[in-house]
Design a protein around this ligand. Structure first.
Ligand SMILES: Nc1ncnc2c1ncn2[C@@H]1O[C@H](COP(=O)(O)OP(=O)(O)OP(=O)(O)O)[C@@H](O)[C@H]1O
Ligand SMILES: [Mg+2]
Length: 477
């Protein structure tokens, strides 16, 4: 039976507390005991002090992410204590306790960086509510620090692989596990999802990092060239082979070879590759001698290799050989929580490149979250680069982004669809109308009256077209 979740504040706090230790400072011991009672009741360890000086020493020697302090105290008052605490750790959440008559002081403390205040006398419910908010903030800060650390350690490898989604963090953890092994890895995923970046990451954290990482785009090379690029050739082995040439497998000795678009290699090269995987020896074209090489192989494809195997376009024995480990990189639309992080990262990159800070309208994030990113991370990166180039005052707005996304969105080319002339013409017209209306809607931020006016048609007709073309106006608002 499913457990019924308990949403009482106390249970929520218990879930999140993860040893948040609280410091309570009040010159009245009764107040300290009362707070101790409430906070301990919520499951938090606390230390209390009636002398602020002692409290400060304890703060310096311990880690208290949360402090409750009275304002009016002899020796050191709450405001001075607040300043000292924040100077030691600006992330501390300090809650000021104030008598009803001195709220002004509390507000002043908020300006100095206090997290919140509470007036005496208070009910335990008020303390719990404020505690809940503070815990939320503390957990957010912790998450942020962890993310930063992760990014720093990734950047230390020279590769910045952004993402906080379970899919990406899981992939990175898995990549770390297998980096030191020699298993052949097949990275699959749609175009632009980051397959090559992951391959580079694996190489960079492996013991092979000081040796070459050689990426080869299999689809770009004609059959004979690919074979000689990979395996090398002997002088005179074919027309144009004027001298002996080492292949990339030899060049990459002790390093990593990344064979991209592996689904595109033809049967002949497939056979040679299989032999190499079995024997770990390279024979240059036209040569009788074999050379042993030690390389790690990573493959990638955005095709469905299993389907190619079923259709007999890809050898099944090779397929099983190269897929000792498979890493599936999910499309961006299935890990949308990575979009804001990636956006900020690319904007920072672009700003650094052009030497000026590029800002972005908050609403762009909403549009990004609702877009389907057929071109994945690469499309997002390119979209931001184009927007940065065309925006005014270094500020990217929804209008620029909508224009770019509509212009770059590529459906299957008309000539590749098996349509009759009449059907093709109809589809082209419809696509044109849809884009045309979308452009105007974007310019007018989804406002129907203004869009109708710019298009020179009446509102009713515009509504009919919006319905007909199944346009979602809300993304422009
Ligand atoms: N998680 C990520 N963090 C930062 N940048 C990323 C991330 N994923 C992808 N990129 C960037 O997006 C672009 C596309 O990534 P990459 O070339 O690795 O994709 P791919 O899956 O190999 O694409 P294709 O299938 O078209 O070859 C690159 O510029 C890469 O640096
Ligand atoms: Mg690639």
């Amino acid at each position: 039976m499913d457990r019924i979740p308990d949403y009482s504040p106390v249970s929520k706090l218990n879930e999140a507390n993860d040893k948040i230790k609280i410091l309570v400072v009040d010159d009245e011991e009764g107040m300290c005991l009362l707070l101790e009672d409430i906070l301990k009741g919520c499951g938090y360890p606390i230390d209390y002090f009636t002398q602020p000086g002692q409290a400060l020493t304890a703060f310096k020697n311990n880690y208290y992410p949360l402090v409750f302090t009275d304002i009016k105290m002899p020796e050191i008052d709450g405001m001075a204590l607040l300043k000292e605490i924040l100077a030691i750790n600006k992330n501390t959440s300090v809650i000021m306790i104030t008598a009803y008559g001195s709220i002004e002081n509390a507000v002043e403390c908020m300006d100095l960086g206090a997290f919140n205040y509470i007036t005496k006398p208070f009910k335990s419910g008020e303390i719990i509510a404020i505690l809940e908010k503070a815990v939320e903030r503390i957990n957010l800060i912790r998450e942020n620090i962890q993310l930063k650390k992760k990014l720093e350690s990734l950047s230390a490898t020279g590769i910045t692989l952004i993402g906080k989604s379970a899919q990406i963090t899981g992939t990175l953890a898995f990549a770390k596990k297998i980096a030191q092994t020699n298993f052949k890895v097949l990275i699959t995923g749609e175009s632009g999802t980051g397959k090559e970046l992951i391959a580079r990451y694996i190489h960079t954290i492996s013991d092979r990092r000081h040796k070459p990482f050689i990426p080869i785009q299999c689809s770009l090379l004609p059959e004979t060239l690919l074979e000689s690029e990979l395996f090398g050739h002997k002088k005179g082995s074919f027309t144009g082979a004027h001298q002996d040439k080492k292949g990339l497998f030899e060049e990459a000795n002790q390093g990593t070879i990344f064979l991209d678009e592996i689904g595109d290699i033809n049967p002949n090269v497939q056979g040679k590759l299989l032999r190499f995987l079995e024997e770990k020896e390279v024979k240059r074209i036209g040569d009788v001698k074999s050379r042993i090489v030690d390389i790690r192989l990573i493959f990638a494809t955005n095709k469905n290799l299993q389907k190619l195997v079923n259709e007999k376009q890809f050898r099944d024995d090779l397929f099983y050989r190269i897929r000792e480990i498979e890493i599936k990189v999910p499309p961006l639309r299935e890990r949308k929580e990575d979009i804001p992080l990636l956006t900020r990262h690319f904007l920072e990159q672009i700003s650094m490149e052009i030497g000026e800070k590029i800002e972005i309208e908050r609403e762009v994030f909403d549009l990004f979250m609702s877009y389907d990113w057929a071109g994945n991370v690469r499309e997002l990166k390119n979209c931001l680069a184009s927007a940065a180039a065309m925006c005014n005052d270094n500020r990217i707005t929804v209008q620029e982004i909508s224009k770019i996304l509509l212009l770059t969105h590529t459906d299957t080319p008309y000539h590749e669809q098996s349509l009759s002339y009449r059907e093709m013409k109809k589809k082209m017209l419809e696509d044109f109308n849809r884009k045309y209306i979308n452009n105007y809607l974007a310019e007018n931020r989804g406002n129907i009256t203004r869009t109708a006016k710019s298009l020179g048609i009446d509102k009713k007709n515009l509504w009919m077209l919006i319905k007909k073309y199944n346009i979602d106006c809300s993304i422009y608002k």
